[in-house]
Design a protein around this ligand. Structure first.
Ligand SMILES: C[S@@+](CC[C@H](N)C(=O)[O-])C[C@H]1O[C@@H](n2cnc3c(N)ncnc32)[C@H](O)[C@@H]1O
Length: 251
C-alpha cells in the first residue's frame, strides 16, 4: 500500500493496533534507555500510529505527545491516551514551538515524509539543546523473515519486490543524522520476533492494507512461503529486525 497516503493508514488503523502496534517495543526500550528518558521526560512521537509507544512511555511516567496524518490512527491513539497532546498532522512542519520536547522519536514512519531531511530538521527544532532525536525502522530485507514471504508473494503475483530504502541499510540512519548535523550517541540492530496465532492472523498481518479480493488471491502464496516458520501450536513465528539510532545536537 502507499505508505504516504493517510487514508490508507486510517483504513487499517484498527488492524495495525491489533497486529503490529506493539511490535517494536524492544526498540522503544533501547531508544528510551539511550536517551536517558525518565519520569517527566517530554517525548514526541512523530507518525505515532495507534499510540502504542505513547502508551508505553506514559506508563513509565513520561509526558507523551504525538502526531500522525491519518485520522483513524489519531482516533486510536487518543482513545488510548485521552489526556495526551495528540495532533493530526505530518512530520513537516511540526505544530509545536522550538525546544518543546526532551526527546523526539519516529518509529517506522519517517520514510513516508515528503522530505526526510526536512522532517529530521523539524524533530531537531522541537527538541531542547540537551535533548535527543531518535529514529527507528525496518532493517534491510536480508534481516527479515517477513521479507522472504513478501518476496514470494510478489513473485507469485508477477510483481517486482520493492528495493530496500536507504534508511534500512546498515549505516543509513547514521548517514541521515550526519547530513542533518546531529551527533549519533547510540545505534543498533534489534531482533523482533512476530507471532501469528493461526493462518488467518498470518495472512491479515502480512497483507494488511490490501483489499479483500487481493487478500484472498494472495493468501495461498503467503501460507506456502511461511511453511518454514510454523510452530508446533499451529501458529507462525517470524524473526525480523529494526535498526535505530539516537542522536543529540552538536555542542
Ligand atoms: C508503519 S506505521 C507506524 C506507526 C507507529 N509509529 C508504529 O511504530 O506503530 C506508519 C505511520 O506513519 C504515518 N505517516 C505517514 N506519512 C507521514 C508523514 N508525512 N509524517 C508523519 N507520519 C506519517 C502513517 O499515518 C502511519 O501511522
Amino acid at each position: 500500500m502507499d505508505g504516504a497516503d493517510p487514508d490508507r493508514w486510517s483504513a487499517v488503523a484498527e488492524g495495525w493496533a491489533e497486529l503490529w502496534g506493539g511490535y517494536a517495543q524492544p526498540v522503544w526500550r533501547a531508544i528510551l534507555d539511550a536517551s536517558g528518558a525518565r519520569p517527566g521526560t517530554r517525548v514526541l512521537d512523530v507518525g505515532c500510529g495507534s499510540g502504542d509507544l505513547l502508551a508505553f512511555a506514559a506508563g513509565l511516567g513520561l509526558t507523551a505527545a504525538g502526531i500522525d496524518p491519518a485520522p483513524g490512527m489519531v482516533e486510536q491513539a487518543r482513545a488510548r491516551l485521552p489526556e495526551a497532546d495528540i495532533r493530526l498532522g505530518s512530520a513537516e512542519p511540526l505544530p509545536w514551538p522550538d525546544a518543546h520536547f526532551d526527546l523526539a522519536v519516529s518509529v517506522n514512519a519517517l520514510q513516508f515524509a515528503e522530505d526526510t531531511l526536512d522532517a529530521l530538521a523539524e524533530m531537531a527544532r522541537v527538541t531542547t539543546l540537551a535533548g535527543h532525536v531518535a529514529i527507528a525502522n525496518w532493517a534491510e530485507a536480508a534481516q527479515n523473515d517477513l521479507d522472504v514471504i513478501e518476496k514470494a508473494v510478489a513473485r507469485a503475483a508477477g510483481e517486482d519486490p520493492l528495493p530496500d530504502g536507504e534508511l534500512r541499510q546498515p549505516g543509513g540512519l547514521e548517514r541521515l543524522f550526519a547530513e542533518g548535523g546531529l551527533e549519533v550517541v547510540s545505534a543498533g540492530l534489534v531482533p523482533l520476533p512476530w507471532h501469528a496465532a493461526d493462518d488467518d492472523t498470518l495472512v491479515r498481518g502480512v497483507l494488511l492494507g490490501e483489499d479483500q479480493a487481493t487478500m484472498a488471491a494472495r493468501a495461498p502464496a503467503v501460507l506456502a512461503a511461511a511453511g518454514g516458520y510454523r510452530t508446533a501450536d499451529g501458529g507462525y513465528r517470524l524473526v525480523n529486525a529494526f535498526r535505530y539510532a539516537v542522536a543529540r545536537h552538536r555542542p
